[in-house]
Write a protein that binds this ligand. Structure first.
Ligand code: FAD
Length: 561
């Protein structure tokens, strides 16, 4: 069976085809249709998967010098944000020209038009701005100098909503057509330009959003268009690809075991398919995986991992019980910590903390793990965040999660840690000595321990003091118990490299020239340019990059089709 574009579009073809109905695809499609163009969205999952990963996200956005920041007396500027960005990115390759240009354009957007544009579409943000990825080394190095992580009311679904609404309105008017369960396997070309896509029609999906759907083929298709925009996401759900591109020279061998922070559809297939149509792929060895992964006790997708977004107080030990050195502190420097953990020869590490810390400092990433914020109801947020105990999803992990050990005394905790791994790597005397030495730094409002200094620094920011950093106290003080140990896995998430594009999302060939009729945006393009983060991300820049690059690609494509 072959279904042709003529069945659904005027004149045997649409103005543009968007491959993937994730956030970047929705933004690009909405912009194209607003410009009066006919758009076909081709998506391998069911229609209930619209929004892709963004639906599951926490909805955190990198914004600069926002009203939310100013209300909290955070002094931020485009200049400071760019300094942080460039210090984190460490652009050092010839092919970093467009990634860097895209980063500069994004920072300007994040400090200017981004918030008002999103606000006008109905988006709002939680008033306490989060301080993600603090860096912890020098002012010119990696990290956010100030809090910039703005959680959207309604979390991920709140980010998707305005763009899905715009797309559905255009669908009602016949300007956009969505072909769900259509998997693209080829990009068509003729006379040196891209002319459409071809692939397989998959059997109707019977699964809930996020669950693994079948790849049973019931037909094939070929659609033609003036331009094709690839917005198919990264590689985080495909551990074979993650291992293939793992930066062994910088991080050592890839972990033997990892959990998946993204659904199964984040399969990376479109990268090679687009390369076959002439695209250059750059920075494939740059990726962003987290070190605070939990095995989800209530999984949705295969090998489902949940990331803890930690406050600053948990003590971090490698699998052998060696405390990680600064800047490997919770929430400071993701990739330095990943490297440090793998140096131990094991692929897991431990947080050791207590009940007071878990109540104030543990947040879980993901819309379904934050039902209070996802509901968009203040009442729910205050009840959950300021009430007694940790938020319900955190308590549920403490109770049901296989990675948690809870005990009233340290000896029992250590026994539990060793029982959990089946290895006798944690030595009670050594851990006791570490915790006692750390606790002895607690009697003054200053200390020589870098982590204690970081806690005091964090609490000088009102947002952290109120919501994120527990009052400094002795961990071995039973009043703050019980003690808790959490085994942390490496969790795959984001792809920092990808299809090489210019700032307008035009895909470039190996000579650096645009491939006529071909665009890319979102994670498949390294969030813009082929990797606008460079080596390190500042957080909130993934959704932001999808919005920015989807908008630029959609608007530019609309001028040429
Ligand atoms: C739990 C979680 C929390 C997160 N939290 C944040 C956060 O707070 N802040 C932040 O900035 N980022 C966050 N992110 C990251 C962010 O959500 C993603 O990077 C972003 O949504 C990627 O969007 P995308 O449109 O590029 O790709 P995707 O969302 O992956 O969408 C791509 C779509 O293309 C489809 N597709 C792929 N290949 C084909 C093909 N061959 N044919 C047809 N269709 C195809 C896929 O099925 C999918 O629907 C989070 C991610 C997760 C999973």
């Amino acid at each position: 069976m072959t279904e042709t574009g003529s069945l659904i579009m005027n004149n045997n073809h649409s103005d543009a085809i968007v491959v993937g109905a994730g956030l970047a695809g929705l933004v690009a499609a909405a912009e194209l249709a607003d410009a009066g163009k006919s758009v076909l969205i081709v998506e391998q999952e069911g229609e209930n998967s619209m929004g892709g990963q963004a639906h599951w996200s926490l909805g955190g956005l990198f914004l600069v010098d926002s009203p939310e920041q100013r209300r909290l007396r955070i002094k931020d500027s485009a200049e400071l944000a760019l300094q942080d960005w460039l210090g984190s990115a460490g652009f050092d390759r010839e092919e970093d020209y467009w990634p860097r240009k895209t980063a500069e354009a994004f920072v300007e957007f994040a400090a200017g038009e981004m918030r008002p544009w999103l606000y006008d579409q109905g988006m709002r943000w939680f008033p306490v701005v989060g301080w993600a990825e603090r860096g912890g080394s020098t002012a010119t190095g990696h990290g956010n100098s100030v809090p910039r992580f703005h959680i959207t009311w309604g979390t991920g679904p709140g980010v998707v909503a305005p763009f899905e609404r715009r797309v559905r309105e255009h669908m009602d008017q016949g300007r956009i057509t969505l072909k769900a369960r259509h998997q693209v396997s080829r990009i068509l070309t003729a006379d040196g330009r891209v002319t459409g896509v071809a692939g397989e029609v998959l059997a109707p999906s019977t699964v809930q959003r996020g669950e693994r759907s079948s790849r049973d083929v019931i037909g094939d298709f070929e659609f033609l268009a003036g331009a094709v925009l690839v917005t198919s996401g990264g590689i985080g759900g495909n551990h074979d690809l993650v291992r293939e591109y793992w930066p062994r020279d910088r991080l050592g061998e890839p972990p033997a075991s990892m959990v998946s922070g993204v659904p199964h559809h984040v399969d990376g297939r479109m990268i090679a398919i687009t390369r076959d149509a002439g695209a250059a792929v750059i920075n494939s060895d740059r990726m962003w995986h987290y070190t605070e992964g939990l095995k989800n006790w209530n999984p949705i997708w295969p090998n489902h991992g949940i990331r803890i977004i930690p406050g600053p107080s948990s003590l971090w030990f490698d699998a052998n019980g060696r405390r990680l050195p600064a800047p490997c502190l919770p929430g400071y420097d993701t990739l330095a910590t990943l490297k440090e953990i793998l140096k131990s020869g094991h692929d897991y590490s431990w947080f050791v903390l207590d009940q007071s810390i878990i109540e104030k400092e543990f947040a879980l990433s993901g819309s379904e793990q934050n039902p209070d914020m996802t509901s968009g109801q203040w009442k729910e947020v205050l009840k959950s965040r300021l009430g007694k105990g940790a938020p319900a999803p955190v308590e549920a992990f403490k109770k049901h999660g296989e990675d948690f050990v809870v005990a009233d005394d340290l000896k029992t905790l250590v026994d539990g840690m060793n029982r959990l791994t089946g290895e006798q790597r944690i030595d009670y005397q050594r851990l006791h000595a570490e915790l006692t030495a750390r606790d002895n730094q607690m009697d003054n409002p200053y200390a020589k321990d870098a982590q204690i200094t970081a806690i005091h620094g964090a609490r000088r920011y009102l947002g952290d003091k109120l919501f994120r950093a527990a009052k400094p106290h002795r961990i071995l003080d039973p009043q703050h118990g019980p003690l808790i140990a959490v085994r942390l896995h490496i969790l795959t998430r984001k792809t920092l490299g990808g299809l090489h594009t210019n700032v307008d999302g035009q895909v470039l060939d190996r000579a650096g020239d645009p491939v006529a009729g071909l665009y890319a945006a979102g994670e498949v393009a390294g969030f813009g340019g082929g990797g606008y983060h460079g080596y390190n991300a500042l957080e909130g820049t993934f959704l932001g990059g999808c919005i920015f690059s989807g908008r630029r690609a959609g608007r530019h494509a609309a001028t040429v089709v």
